[in-house]
Design a protein around this ligand. Structure first.
Ligand SMILES: Cc1ncc(COP(=O)(O)O)c(C=O)c1O
Length: 369
């Protein structure tokens, strides 16, 4: 498994805080494709656009990078039950890695979480608790007391072992671009751990002399839940929590990052990066473009990176020749209902060539506005 041909994050074992290889809990996470998205890049005026396709990770989201390391340490520390509160993706991932590690798992999600995400966690054997209340306040309060009450292994993104796994983004990009360093790496952002961890990974390689420069990092958030963007714009050192509004990017609908958002702010500034808030309309358009021009179906939260690339390219912050990597952090099937179909598309036609011609014509008219 962990031979020199291993493409998982564990080829970077020495960079992770796991004492013994025998504790590794792996489902083959990491080594995801970095795709030169030529057609999408042409449309956005960014010919050097690359997509880091994390939709193909074992449970369909970036959380597998962190939970593989987190659960390996949890197993090493001798815990019997792992727990997490989550907007959905972390729940499924903690559940899967707990199953692989031989731990029980308890996941807490807010009411209104996409059923597909709850079902996924349940399928991995988790005890799923749906809580009536606001994620940032009610769910968080109960979760915190429960961890103390029951002594579970806390798998929130504030777990430092978990974050270490996301450093693998940096390692893989350096490897996949043959040592070229992207000018920009854009990451869909909730608590900011992805940004912080990528920066740490790049700095580790820099300090080893394996690379001689670092990319500018960009945090992409929904404008309905953008405390990191607000703090970045105001020049603040720490995040001021906001009450998150509803957004189609439900996986990153986090108004009160528990995971030390200040570290992400520091990483954005040190890297000379940026922070961008996107509207639901911009996000849904990015989802459609990523699917139809790059062949990747990513959930709304995940394509905030593409929406941000488009926005920063349009205003000239990102230059035409810059190398841009957009992390696509979750599969579209996590939240399939975000793709809205018209009544017309769903109404069956008579099985005749004539009806087929009519339907194709009417759908083409619809597409062309
Ligand atoms: C699809 C998706 N993208 C990105 C994130 C980013 O989280 P973070 O900013 O904590 O790295 C999350 C998790 O909340 C997510 O589910």
């Amino acid at each position: 498994m962990h031979s020199s041909r291993d493409r998982s994050i564990w080829r970077w074992f020495d960079f992770f805080p796991v004492a013994d290889r025998s504790s590794i809990v792996s489902l083959g996470e990491g080594g995801t494709p970095l795709i030169h998205a030529v057609r999408l890049g042409e449309r956005l005026g960014l010919p050097n656009l690359y997509l880091k396709n994390d939709t193909v990770l074992p449970t369909g989201s970036l959380k597998d990078r962190s939970n593989s390391v987190g659960l390996s340490v949890g197993k090493e520390l001798g815990f019997e039950t792992a727990a997490v509160m989550s907007t959905g993706n972390a729940a499924a991932s903690v559940a899967a890695y707990s199953a692989a590690a031989g731990l029980n798992s308890v996941v807490m999600v807010p009411a209104g979480t996409a059923p597909s995400k709850i079902i996924q966690a349940r399928a991995y054997g988790a005890t799923v608790i749906v809580i009536d209340g606001d994620f940032d306040y009610d769910v968080a309060k109960l979760y915190k007391s429960a961890i103390q009450e029951f002594g579970w292994y806390d798998c929130l993104s504030s777990n430092p072992y978990r974050d270490e796994g996301k450093k693998s983004y940096a390692y893989e990009m350096v490897d996949q671009l043959d040592g070229r360093i992207p000018d920009w790496v854009i990451h869909p952002t909730a608590g900011g751990t992805g940004i912080y961890a990528m920066w740490k990974g790049y700095k580790e390689f820099l300090s080893l002399g394996w690379i001689d420069r670092t990319p500018k990092l960009v945090a992409a958030q929904s404008d309905a839940a953008a405390p990191i963007v607000a703090a970045f714009d105001k020049g603040l050192a720490d995040v001021i929590p906001v009450v998150a509004r509803e957004t189609v990017a439900e996986s990153i609908q986090v108004g009160n990052p528990v995971s030390l958002g200040w570290r992400a702010l520091a990483a954005l500034r040190e890297s000379n990066g940026a922070a961008v808030a996107l509207s639901d309309a911009e996000i849904l358009e990015a989802e459609a473009l990523t699917g139809s021009l790059a062949g990747i179906f990513a959930e709304p939260a995940a394509v905030t990176s593409v929406a941000a690339a488009r926005k920063l390219g349009a205003v000239g912050v990102i230059g035409r020749d810059d190398i841009v990597v957009c992390n696509l952090t979750g599969h579209g099937l996590k939240q399939p209902e975000a793709v809205r179909l018209s009544e017309n598309e769903l109404t069956p036609i008579a099985p005749t060539i004539k009806s087929l011609r009519e339907r194709i014509r009417s759908l083409e008219n619809l597409l062309n506005g």
